[in-house]
Design a protein around this ligand. Structure first.
Ligand SMILES: [Zn+2]
Length: 273
């Protein structure tokens, strides 16, 4: 059965990359129309065919209007197995909130999920193991008795090293284990990002900032392996672009990036891109 949210709600704040104030209004959708962004006079479905770019985020466009950095929203939406949802977009990217998807996941939880009397969207399950490589990223999927994700993140930073996290995709576990994990960036690259018009809204309140040895955030990390958990959060969001419900599948992503996730999503959809 397809699922939407029970009641409308909104999130408001400053976007991470563009640094501009935005408002996103989430509305239930009773028809089987997918996850849609209403941007000016465009209706942009969360689909790999509307992928605009993957520069420091996942950006969607219909050629006329673009909505930037949608992966954290799509991650929470995917974790709650929402099939149909309309988002009114006032601005060009979602509020960064605290750099995680927890504020949105809590709103989804409070709204509740409405199960509709319509057949579920296409289900993707693994019948046999398949592998996919994109640049230095590696992906695979294989049969499982549930929907599981595994993520591996590697970085030479002393607080990261090699981190691996496994997660069964389920709303309560998502709220506890994945949604609170914040986005992160390296202090050394932030001035270059800002020169390129990115991370303009980034502060220590909405991102972990890594120095050579540690982090600038006085409160420390939320989890020792918060970095790979955030990679998992992003991965789940990018998988939303396939338009599938995943069941009985274990998906592994090693050294994931938005660009590689999008290529993997295309691979799942049977596209070459
Ligand atoms: Zn992210």
């Amino acid at each position: 059965m397809r699922r939407t949210i029970n009641k409308s709600f909104a999130i408001e704040g400053i976007g991470l990359h563009k640094g501009e104030r935005s408002l996103f209004v989430f509305n239930p959708q009773d028809k089987p129309l997918g996850i849609r962004f209403f941007v000016n006079d465009s209706v942009i479905e969360a689909s790999i065919s509307n992928l605009h770019s993957t520069i420091r985020g996942t950006n969607l466009s219909d050629g006329k209007n673009t909505v930037y950095t949608v992966e954290h929203l799509l991650s929470a939406i995917n974790a709650f197995s929402i099939d149909d949802l309309d988002m009114e977009v006032y601005g060009i990217e979602p509020p960064a909130m605290d750099g995680s998807s927890l504020p949105l996941a809590k709103k989804l939880y409070e709204s509740g999920v409405k199960i509709k009397n319509q057949n579920a969207k296409k289900i993707f399950s693994a019948i046999e193991k398949k592998e996919f490589t994109f640049k230095d990223s590696f992906y695979s999927f294989e049969p499982s008795d549930k929907f599981e994700l595994v993520c591996v993140f590697e970085n030479s930073h002393p607080m990261i090293g090699r981190q691996e996290f496994s997660f069964t995709v389920e709303p309560q576990l998502y709220l506890e284990q994945i949604a609170p994990a914040r986005t992160f960036g390296f202090e050394a690259e932030i001035s270059r990002l800002k020169e390129n018009g990115l991370a303009l809204g980034g502060t220590l309140d909405n991102a972990i900032v890594l120095t050579r040895e540690g982090i600038l955030n006085e409160g420390g990390l939320r989890y020792k392996d918060e970095f790979v958990r955030h990679k998992m959060l992003d991965f789940l969001g990018d998988l939303c672009l396939t338009g599938f419900n995943f069941e009985k599948i274990k998906i592994t992503g090693i050294r994931t990036s938005h660009q590689a996730n999008a290529a993997f999503a295309s691979f799942i959809c049977g596209r070459d891109k």
